[in-house]
Design a protein around this ligand. Structure first.
Ligand SMILES: Nc1ccn([C@@H]2O[C@H](COP(=O)(O)OP(=O)(O)OP(=O)(O)O)[C@@H](O)[C@H]2O)c(=O)n1
Ligand SMILES: C[C@](O)(CO)[C@H](O)COP(=O)(O)O
Length: 377
């Protein structure tokens, strides 16, 4: 919540009319990727600031306002709206991040970059170097060229030490393209930090489709973990990760007690936030008695596919003093990789003892832990 123990607030300006984007309501209240533009913009700041001031039009109905923001009425221009937001903060915070509500794809990396630069600078803002040639034009004809060296495309959030930017805004007369302009007029140094193409401002109607495209290409990675234990009982073998391993005792359980496959199955359910193996295959249900555990793993695999996820890798650690897993580890990896339809290099099965400590150390059973990584396909 803080940078170098400094308290941070955000002012998100959303009081504009969105004339260039059109639509029945201003762009920041329109839907994008299943939510509204403003919801994405506000939520992006929640892990970085202690308070969000949301600056809205005077006539904004209460149902427009997202939860957990302080609402302030905007002004006739962007800088007037920012000033109202800053005034609401008084001097209760050290730093402030001023952001356009119309930039919903702001990332944590860019926010962190701005905050980090404020350690040594009065102001900091993200920007991208201009990479295209620049022309002047008139009546569809190029009338001149413009040197692009040293030119940047400015973005938000623009971050400042709150007392300084509040004083700068109070003293400012006339309009301004952004808060950096106002800060510089007041003599504040502003550091340029890395912006991002994704951090586009929704300005025209076409920008909604472009923003949705950025959202679709965002990598959605889920990680799940699993843990399971089965107790030894009578028997002459155990089944671990689908492989029959001769042993003086067997593992007890409602199914075939394959602690390895159960744990990997739970890791996949975990990554999908879809409960655990007991929820999908209740031990109270007689139809699962003695069931080969590959059925459970195949169910988790298919559920992942149905939900649009690709399993990227699994890593499983068996914890036991005996049987020795090493001689069977490759066979176990092969079995799991075939069941999950993964290449062998994406499946790891390894083992450890617990140094003769605890229930596994006393050879009372086998424990297992596993991790699965899933990627939205
Ligand atoms: N009086 C104003 C004008 C703008 N903004 C906010 O400032 C940000 C950047 O402005 P811009 O993209 O120009 O938005 P609009 O002014 O709404 O757009 P347009 O110029 O097309 O009407 C937006 O989040 C907008 O809501 C504001 O809070 N108050
Ligand atoms: C502040 C800003 O987002 C920087 O790029 C931009 O100047 C505000 O939007 P506008 O379209 O210039 O009003």
């Amino acid at each position: 919540m803080t940078q170098n123990r400094k308290s941070v607030a955000a002012v998100i300006v959303a009081a504009g009319r969105g004339t260039r984007a059109g639509g029945e309501i201003a762009k920041q209240w329109q839907p994008l990727g299943g939510r509204r533009v403003i919801d994405w913009s506000c939520d992006a700041f929640r892990d970085h600031v202690s308070e969000i001031i949301l600056v809205v039009p005077e006539d904004a109905p209460s149902e427009w306002i997202p939860a957990n923001v302080t609402v302030v009425t905007g002004g006739d221009s962007r800088d007037a709206s920012v000033l109202n937001g800053l005034l609401a903060l008084e001097e209760r915070f050290d730093l402030v991040l001023i952001h356009d509500g119309a930039r919903p794809l702001i990332s944590a990396d860019v926010i962190r970059g701005v905050l980090a630069a404020l350690t040594d600078s009065a102001g900091a803002a993200p920007a991208l170097l201009v990479t295209d040639a620049l022309w002047r034009g008139e009546d569809d004809l190029v009338s001149g060229t413009q040197d692009r060296s040293g030119l940047y495309r400015a973005q938000t959030p623009q971050g400042f030490h709150l007392p300084q930017i509040l004083a700068a805004h109070r003293a400012h007369v006339g309009g301004a393209a952004d808060d950096v302009e106002i800060a510089r007029q007041a003599g504040m140094d502003v550091t340029i930090v890395a912006g991002s193409e994704r951090n586009m401002k929704i300005t025209t109607a076409e920008d909604f489709a472009r923003a949705e495209q950025y959202m679709e290409t965002a990598v959605d990675i889920r990680v799940g973990n699993g843990f399971d234990v089965h107790r030894f009982g009578p028997g002459d073998h155990v089944i671990l990760c689908g492989v029959k391993v001769p042993h003086g005792r067997g593992l007890q359980g409602h199914s075939d007690a394959d602690v390895g496959l159960h744990t990997i199955t739970d890791a996949i359910y975990g990554a999908l936030a879809q409960g655990d193996i007991g929820q999908h295959f209740p031990p109270s249900d007689p139809q699962w008695k003695g069931m080969a555990s590959h059925v459970f793993l195949e169910h988790a695999r298919d559920l992942a596919a149905d939900m649009g996820f690709v399993i990227s890798n699994v890593d499983c650690t068996l914890i036991c003093e005996e049987p020795k897993i090493g001689p069977h580890a490759v066979a176990m990896r092969k079995t799991v990789s075939e069941l999950l339809r993964l290449s062998l290099d994406r499946v790891s099965v390894k083992a450890t003892t617990s140094e003769q400590l605890g229930f596994t150390g006393r050879r009372e059973g086998i424990a297992c832990m596993a991790t699965a990584t899933l990627i939205k396909g």
